[in-house]
Ligand binder design. Structure first.
Ligand code: C2G
Length: 137
């Protein structure tokens, strides 16, 4: 069974690792579409912290990931599912219902998101942290 999933995977964190691990358990081969910088900008209005080349490299380094490719457009999902012969599409449940239109060509599974962690929250924590006096010594 081929499993496909999509995401930005910027500043990878435990939520990303968990969904990739759970996706892999559903089949034998895990294929990941990593959103391009341009797609990310159009979705979120900012560039990712890590470039698409770095994010492809990072996601490809995860245990269980068999193949990565660049997801150039949200509208090309059907093409990608067919091209990579995916039997199952996995997404976090923040996308629940959004990809049901592909249920004619593969099974769609929405997995629960890991609570309390997101790239945005990590960025906020980093922004808020101030150097302590010892850092300047
Ligand atoms: N995720 C999760 N738990 C979190 C954060 C993210 O399970 N705490 C999951 C998301 O639900 C998603 C995957 O990790 O399935 C990647 O998350 P993002 O990098 O935020 O990807 P996103 O911007 O949602 O891109 O074509 C679809 C998009 O490209 C998805």
């Amino acid at each position: 069974m081929n499993v496909i999933t999509f995401g930005t995977f910027d500043m990878p964190h435990i939520g990303h690792v968990k969904i990739l691990n759970r996706a892999k358990e559903l089949g034998n081969k895990l294929i990941v579409g990593v959103s391009s910088d341009a797609l990310n900008f159009s979705k979120k209005g900012r560039n990712p912290v890590y470039s698409e080349q770095e994010r492809l490299f990072l996601v490809n380094s995860f245990k269980g990931v068999d193949k990565v490719f660049l997801e150039e457009s949200l509208e090309k999902k059907r093409e990608y599912i067919l091209e990579y012969k995916a039997d199952i599409l996995v997404m976090g449940d923040d996308w629940k219902g959004k990809f049901d239109e592909f249920s004619d060509i593969c099974q769609i599974i929405y997995l629960p998101r890991t609570p309390s962690i997101s790239t945005t929250s990590v960025i906020e924590v980093v922004k808020m942290s101030r150097p302590s006096p010892e850092d300047n010594e």
